[in-house]
Design a protein around this ligand. Structure first.
Ligand code: ADP
Length: 660
């Protein structure tokens, strides 16, 4: 076995090519990107206009079997595949990835940039451009890994700022409404400036919504002034709080202040305790930024106007009479969009072999849809050209990330996927087959490092279920067996044969973790081959199915459930949603990712089980209904020994230590 340095050591041993060179190589014009330092650049959305008539490349999504603590290697495979395609197969390719959240980075997981072995880069890499001309070196990561895992270009901070400005405005408005007369409120909302008194653009929208057909503020009757000025916010029905009460949670509990840190003490807080707030305290809570609706909107927006529309449509509070109040009612659409101005541009980075990667958005895959942005994919598909391939990743197993990728992301973008690469490992299949539990950090038990064909055979139903999930969407499935050095030929052969016999178009063993692009040549061939044939992509469900039927379809067909039970409050809320028209939205199921069932401890692929829907809410702006299968954590906490303990900035070497 070759000694393998840590991912960060590999990343650091490699000097990335200047980002301006990479931008040029992939065909961006000077005015279509803005470098942030020398290793990353923002890509301007105007490139989509210039290339509007360019035919798209092929669109491939990397999905996984049900995750285990052993790690499957989806990001690593995404990077290995684009390196093989671009560096070895003369096929333009771009990888599109989510930006990692700082929550997990400093908590338990460590960063997420793929991983693997690298030879020290030789300096003439600069003369060897990607896009047909690359001279490959090994390994499969996004570099520089520190930047990828830390602030990057600040997009998550922008999401946090936009979200929290919204939060501040809700509470401030509530305070002002509670403490002022109708007239004072109106006069302050529509002040006389230099002798002129007029409504702003956003205020005119609110007037129109109220059916008040006047544009001169002085012409409003006192009753009209009152209706305009008072959102009449119900402090107990701001979906900010997480108080469990059906009456108060008609729509959701999705709108909270956010921070991109695992901070458990913010799960439930009381705000407004200073005497300046005159006793108007209320319970509220934070959630992690990447779980916010603003993040989901960034990931789903198809252009600037679409992002603004979705931000404005977010239902953030309710009036005392139960009317939904949107971000636009609070005048927030423009201000939030300003904060998101740079964040809407994807960030160009590179893999260890100099292959382009677009990093953009990072919605959680449990309460949100878990896919990188629509815009990054759209740009990448134009840049690679009709013969090129864009490889993106969907979080967790096919039941979670891939289903949402197809039914939410592709439905929103209109982009048609051509193939699924389903990543599996021998060790994960052994675990699904009944292998012993693993403790992170301790040496692996012998079952995982010695040949054990029986355990794999027992675990194959999990792989087979995920293959059939891909096939259900009419898209060919290529199984990528991400090989570890201890896997034996008999084990690998067994999985390959089973995959082919159960609906996969092809199944290949890859060693990109150890060998970089060179280790994913067969995978690249398989992908080129299947994407060369027409795919018959279709959604799992049509939008006009009822919410209940959509839940049933996903539960039975994706998870293997036999029965679905809806809690009474879920049924009540669904009735409300039907009246409000939310039944026409796609679903974003919030289920554990660690099992096909609702119980994270159940491995493999059981069938006929009962799935309990315990709650439901809707993200009106992002545009999906979220049925909850049990409680999903919206604000993770730090463990007793977080990754923080290993981290340092070594000022002598100027290196960041302990990010992995
Ligand atoms: P996922 O995207 O499925 O969460 P990653 O690609 O991030 O998984 O990989 C998880 C971890 O496993 C990384 O640290 C990576 O270096 C490691 N890893 C991936 N593939 C292999 C492999 N074939 N052999 C050893 N380690 C691997």
């Amino acid at each position: 076995e070759r000694p393998v340095p840590s991912d960060i050591a590999i990343s650091r041993a490699h000097e990335p090519k200047p980002i301006t060179l990479l931008a040029e190589e992939i065909g961006l014009l000077q005015n279509e990107f803005s470098p942030y330092g020398s290793k990353k650049a923002k890509v301007n959305l105007n490139v989509l206009k210039r290339l509007a008539n360019q035919q798209n490349g092929k669109y491939v999504v990397v999905a996984g079997i049900t995750p285990t603590p052993l790690g499957e290697g989806k990001s690593t495979t995404t990077l290995g595949l684009i390196q093989a395609l671009t560096g070895h197969k003369r096929t333009n390719s771009i990888g599109t990835l989510r930006q990692p959240s700082q929550g997990p980075t400093f908590g338990v997981k460590g960063g997420a940039a793929g991983g693997g072995y690298a030879q020290v880069c030789d300096k003439d890499i600069y003369e060897n451009s990607v896009f047909y001309r690359s001279k490959p070196i090994s390994s499969s990561q996004v570099i520089p890994m520190e930047e990828f895992n830390l602030h990057l270009t600040g997009d998550i901070h922008a999401v946090t700022a936009a979200n929290n400005l919204m939060a501040a405005q809700i509470d401030a408005r509530y305070f002002h409404e509670e403490t002022q007369s109708d007239k004072a409120l109106f006069d302050r909302l529509v002040p006389t400036v230099k002798g002129v008194r007029k409504f702003s653009k956003i205020q005119l929208r609110r007037l129109a919504k109220l059916g008040i057909d006047k544009t001169d503020p002085n012409s409003l009757s006192p009753e009209e002034q009152r209706r305009f000025a008072r959102l009449d916010i119900d402090p107990k029905n701001i979906p900010f709080t997480r108080v469990e009460n059906v009456r108060y949670f008609k729509i959701g509990r999705f709108y909270l202040a956010v921070v991109d840190i695992n901070d458990r003490y913010l799960r439930k807080i009381t705000i407004g305790q200073s005497s300046t707030e005159k006793g108007l305290t209320r319970e509220s809570s934070f959630k992690i930024s990447v779980g916010s609706e603003v993040m989901a909107i960034l990931a789903l927006a198809t252009d600037v106007e679409d992002m603004k529309r979705r931000l404005g449509n977010m239902v953030v509070a309710f009036s005392k009479t139960g009317e939904p109040l949107t971000a636009d009612d609070f005048g927030m659409t423009g201000a939030m969009s300003i904060l998101m101005k740079d964040a809407i541009e994807p960030t160009l980075m590179q893999s260890l072999e100099g292959t382009p990667v677009l990093v953009h958005a990072g919605p959680f895959a449990n309460i949100a849809h878990g896919c990188s942005s629509v815009l990054a994919d759209a740009i990448a598909l134009k840049l690679v050209g009709p013969k090129g391939v864009v490889v993106t990743e969907a979080g967790f197993g096919s039941d979670i990330g891939m289903e949402k990728f197809f039914d939410i992301k592709c439905r929103t973008s209109g982009l048609k996927p051509d193939a699924v690469v389903l990543v599996a490992t021998i060790r994960a299949l052994k675990m699904h087959g009944g292998g012993p539990p693993v403790t992170p950090g301790s040496p692996l038990k012998k079952e995982y490092v010695e040949e054990n064909v029986e355990l794999i055979r027992n675990g194959l139903p999990n792989l087979i279920k995920h293959i059939s999930n891909g096939v259900k969407f009419g898209v060919p499935v290529v199984v990528a067996i991400n090989a570890h050095s201890t896997d034996t030929p008999a084990e690998l052969e067994l999985v390959k044969e089973a995959a082919i016999a159960n609906g996969a178009t092809s199944a290949v063993v890859c060693t990109h973790w150890a060998d970089g692009g060179q280790g994913a040549l067969d995978l690249a061939d398989a992908v080129i081959n299947v994407t060369g044939q027409p795919s018959d992509f279709h959604f799992l469900y049509e939008l006009d199915l009822s919410i209940e039927d959509k839940i049933n379809k996903i539960a039975r067909e994706m998870y293997g459930a036999g029965e679905v039970e809806l809690a009474d409050k879920v049924k009540q809320k669904i009735e409300e949603y039907n009246k409000l028209g939310y039944n026409q939205l796609p679903l974003c199921m919030a289920k554990t990712s660690n099992s096909l069932t609702g119980d994270p401890n159940v491995k493999n692929a059981p069938t006929g089980f009962k799935l309990n829907i315990t709650d439901i809410f809707v993200s009106v702006g992002a545009g999906f209904v979220v049925p909850m299968v049990g409680e999903i954590m919206m604000m993770p906490g730090l463990p007793t020994r977080p990754a923080i303990y290993d981290m340092d900035w070594n000022s002598e070497t100027d290196e960041i230590e302990g990010l992995f």
